[in-house]
Write a protein that binds this ligand. Structure first.
Ligand code: NAI
Length: 307
């Protein structure tokens, strides 16, 4: 019996990149898959029904005979009504829903001091609000069937840091908080919720400049981070094998899988008489400073080549 035999999975943003490989791998593992994608640009401009349909057709061609089947859906995750329609379409087509993968995403990179309200809102709407809308729309089904699995895509841009991505970093760290809250609130209904922070060569990171020899060499190494390498962990989490894994944040980069830390106190200082601004400067800060985090970006922490 295949790992996801009989299960129904919904993958947002599955018309290309990492999401397409999620959809293909879930179907190969025996699941029925709703392939959602509005077919937009990296910036979230325009729409095209083609990508979602193409992936659904590919799944039906390759796996249709084994009982797996796929349907395409082009509703946006970024609005409550259309997000509800994604879930409704999956439930109506498959008669059930077992797994929600919140993967759809866009970028509107800009240094914070130049970022427009529109750029902020567009990214928050697709990533953070979209993840909430789709997850929330599926919650009544998961609650009543007393099972279900959420997989949300976060990013080291939020977990660690990155330049020029205030909107995206805030959304992706927000998604980590959303996932943990869902895991806590729905544990009693045997519903689990985890995050994956991927590193993968998709069109999203394909815009890195390749003018110098150094840049060309770097990009060649980044191409080793195939989008299909993220999918095995997602399939595991979606399966019964992953039933006791919840509230976690994983990162995947080519052949490496990481369990990421979650925020805990690092060190404390205490003065029985309480603190003044002066004693904080003279005592607390010197004691805590050794544990301060440097202003690191994702690439400073993941500083070695993908394996
Ligand atoms: P991608 O740009 O290839 O795929 C994103 C898909 O989402 C596109 O097909 C797009 O049409 C779709 N989409 C955008 N807005 C949508 C909306 N409102 N409703 C439905 N679909 C929508 O990007 P990639 O790299 O495959 O990214 C997938 C996820 O992984 C994203 O959440 C991204 O933030 C995350 N991620 C990717 C990393 C990477 O290294 N590629 C790094 C960290 C996170």
């Amino acid at each position: 019996m295949k790992l996801l035999e009989g299960k129904a999975v919904l993958v947002t943003g599955a018309g290309g990149g990492i999401g397409r490989d999620f959809a293909l791998a879930m179907a190969a593992a025996g699941a029925s898959v709703l392939v959602n994608d509005i077919g937009t640009s990296v910036k979230g401009e325009g729409s095209d029904a083609g990508p979602a349909q193409k992936v659904a057709d590919e799944i039906n061609d390759r796996f249709g005979g084994s009982g797996a089947r796929a349907i395409a859906n082009t509703d946006s995750v970024a609005h409550w009504e259309s997000a509800n329609n994604i879930v409704k379409t999956a439930v109506e087509a498959f008669g059930r829903l077992d797994v929600v993968v919140n993967n759809a995403g866009i970028l509107r990179d800009r240094f914070f001091f130049n970022m427009s309200v529109e750029e902020w809102r567009a990214v928050i709407d697709v990533h953070l609000n979209g993840s909430f809308y789709v997850a929330r729309a599926a919650a009544p089904h998961f609650k009543s069937q007393e099972s279900g699995c959420y997989i949300h895509m976060t990013s080291t841009s939020g977990l660690v840091g990155n330049l020029g991505q205030a909107n995206y970093s805030a959304a992706k760290l927000g998604i980590a908080g959303l996932s943990k809250s869902i895991a806590l609130d729905m544990a009693k209904y045997h519903v689990r919720s985890n995050c994956i922070s991927p590193f993968a060569w998709s069109r999203m990171i394909g815009s890195i400049p390749t003018e110098t020899e150094d840049q060309k060499a770097r990009v060649e190494k980044l191409k080793a981070m195939e989008t299909a390498k993220i999918a095995p962990l997602a399939v595991f989490l979606a399966s019964e094998e992953g039933r006791d894994v919840t509230g976690q944040i994983f990162a995947v980069r080519a052949n490496e899988i990481f369990l990421m830390s979650q925020s805990r106190p690092l060190r404390s200082v205490h003065r029985a008489e309480g603190w003044t601004p002066e004693t904080i400067g003279a005592h607390a800060i010197p004691a805590l400073r050794a544990h301060f985090y440097p202003l690191e970006r994702s690439q400073d922490v993941f500083s070695w080549d993908p394996l």
